[in-house]
Design a binder for this molecule. Structure first.
Ligand SMILES: [Fe+2]
Ligand SMILES: [Fe+2]
Length: 343
């Protein structure tokens, strides 16, 4: 006989003093979820990682509870987990809870309180379920990025390294934590448009013909189209579309010039080039770290890249230990050397 199983249990983490936990757990008994009661202390963060919704009781002395709200929302994995605060019955207490990071705050007592608490928890869980689905869709895109990397046998680990190096360049260039995070993700996704490029082209040894170049140069636009529909990664689109532009306007696909070439895309591009020319590929011999930096500075002199940013890239690559430092450690390429290629 076929039976339907619930795929996963919903967890409500309730941070409240002993005296209030029973009241809250009883009020939530009607919800199809498992309650995890925790004390209001620093250790609550570990339990909260299991939560689909966290509830913090701020009645009485709210100081520890407010610190817990701030703490919960500082944990990246909990930013999208709804946090509901129960406060003393006044507007100031509710406002303080919201300012500390709670997504919602309520107060009251007796049966009406229990009724409202249930409804609010259900409402937050509905939004949470929608957000989880969005998260799943984003995961599919990352899986697709891995599939692209697998298509190109010579670039193993490339996207991960580009993400890591881009984020560190961003940090040294003074960008904030969100921008660094975007660079790390952009690094992983930048070539996702290659999913639309034939394998024979991706793995071709040697120079591409003019016709092949036209096909290959479509990958930034294809990548943008793949990521555009997803709100959670839409912000990365300018980076993905513009990672082959040049400061003098001679790049593709839009021929952006100067300031029109987004800084995030410039950073991603330097990390991409650095990794491409310091790793072994069938169509060119890898360069040392120093050789790669000199090559990129040469391109800066041509007006294609920003020399200062190239120096920041060099510093970040050194800190991460990327690229070989000795010429004699570099093996010859498996095929006759062509001109270096980077898509
Ligand atoms: Fe790349
Ligand atoms: Fe590319």
């Amino acid at each position: 006989m076929l039976r339907f199983h619930r795929l996963s249990t919903t967890h409500l983490v309730i941070a409240a003093p002993d005296s209030a936990r029973t009241e809250i757990a009883t009020a939530l008994a009607a919800i199809d979820a498992e309650s995890i009661p925790v004390a209001i202390n620093a250790a609550a963060g570990a339990e909260a990682l299991k939560a689909d919704l966290t509830l913090v009781d701020l009645r009485g002395d709210p100081r520890m509870g407010l610190a817990l709200c701030v703490h919960f929302k500082s944990i990246p994995a909990l930013r999208l987990v709804p946090l509901l605060a129960i406060t003393e019955d006044n507007a100031a207490a509710r406002a303080t809870a919201l300012d500390a990071g709670a997504d919602d705050a309520m107060s009251g007592s007796g049966a009406p309180f229990a009724r409202e608490l249930q409804s609010r928890v259900r409402s937050h869980l509905r939004v949470r379920a929608q957000l989880s689905r969005l998260d799943d869709a984003t995961q599919v895109i990352y899986a697709l990025a891995n599939a692209v990397e697998a298509k190109d046998v010579y670039t193993e680990g490339h996207t991960e390294r580009v993400g890591q190096l881009s984020a560190l360049i961003g940090r040294h260039a003074g960008l904030d934590a969100d921008a660094q995070d975007a660079l790390a993700k952009g690094g992983v996704l930048h070539d996702i448009g290659k999913i639309g490029i034939p394998n024979a082209l991706l793995n071709k040894r040697g120079v591409l013909t003019a016709k092949e170049r036209i096909v290959m140069n479509k990958h930034p636009i294809i990548g943008e189209r793949i990521c555009e529909p997803l709100r959670s990664i839409r912000d990365l689109c300018p980076m993905i579309r513009s990672h082959h532009e040049r400061l003098d306007g001679s790049g593709y696909p839009d021929g952006l010039r100067g300031d029109a070439f987004p800084l995030s895309a410039q950073i991603l591009q330097l990390a991409d080039i650095f990794d491409a020319i310091t790793t072994d590929r069938p169509y060119h011999r890898a360069r040392t770290r120093q050789g790669a930096v000199e090559f990129m500075l040469g391109e800066a002199r041509k007006g294609w890249r920003d020399a200062e940013l190239v120096k920041v890239c060099a510093r970040a690559a050194e800190e991460l230990g990327l690229g070989r430092t000795r010429e004699e450690d570099i093996p010859p390429p498996p095929a006759p050397i062509g001109s270096w290629r980077w898509e």
